[in-house]
Each structure stands twice: as structure tokens, then as C-alpha cells.
Design a protein around this ligand. Sequence first.
Ligand SMILES: [Zn+2]
Length: 180
Amino acid sequence: MGFADRYIRALGAPNLTNDGRHHHADPLMAAAFAAAESTGDIGLLLYRVKYADRLSAQAFEGNTGNLAQLLRLWTAQVTRRGRARRWVPENTAWDAQAAHKLYRTVAEHSLAYWLDSTCKACAGTGQAHAGACAECGGKGEAPIACPGGFVRERVKDMVSELHDIAATQARLANRRLRSR
Ligand SMILES: [Zn+2]
């Protein structure tokens, strides 16, 4: 289980409140959070986490307040996408509760994987002593591990959404830099 994974699991309870104290130390991160809160667009935030220098990414992932907030925002997005794609029915209270649990599970797994998808068996090298790493097939990227094919397919889907959102933001940022 990866670093980000452990942290997200440690967060556990769904009612973690916002922790506004820590990320305000980084004005760019604070701006990204503010944008995500007001527009629901988490692109800038994801971009900061993924493409900012390694040190600030580590600081971000080491801060459970940041992760709790990002997970909350991402869960809202996954819920919106899951409903639009009719993953499961929500006709009864029981259905709605099960659906909510599914959205949350998919959000947790996809975000954890996106934050840290390095294969733990070979530390991302793709190599093991006898040749290619058996765990990841030499790709250096961990397989998506979660219970049940239904959930796994949705996690895969949301991991690629996270890549898309961050990549779109990276393109926007690059265009802005070039036009200066
Ligand atoms: Zn491996």
C-alpha cells in the first residue's frame, strides 16, 4: 500500500472538517483550493499536486488536512460523474446509501492511485532480480488493486479522468506562460 493510500485510509471518517491552517502557508495552493471550492473545478489543485516540484508535492501528501479536503472535493466530482453515468440505481434510501458508499470507495481508490501509482515491489524500476518485475509486468506501475471487478473498472475510469483533468490544466498553464 502506497504512501498516499495509507494517508487517505488514515483519514477514515467521512466527517473530517476542513483544515484551513496548513495549506494557507502556500499561497499558490491556497489559491488552488479557493478556486476548487468556488467553481468545483479541481484542475488547478490537481495540477499543483502533480506538477509542482517534488518537495511541495511531498509536503502536500504529508498533510492530512490537504488530503482530506482534496478527497472531499474529488468525492463530490465522482458522485456527479457516477450519477451522470448511472453506475447504480438510487431509487430507494437503501440504494442511495449503497451508491454513496460506492462513490466514496471509487474516489478514495482512484485518488490514492493517482497520487502514487508506483509499483511497490520494484519501487517503479520494473526490474526484479530475475528480470522484469512480476508484480507490474516490468511497467513500474502498480496494477489497480481493489475489491471486485465492478469497482475496479470504475476506479480505472476515474484515474483516467484525474489524468485528463490535470493534463488539461497543464496545457492551460503552459499556454498562459507562452502568451506572456
Ligand atoms: Zn514492479
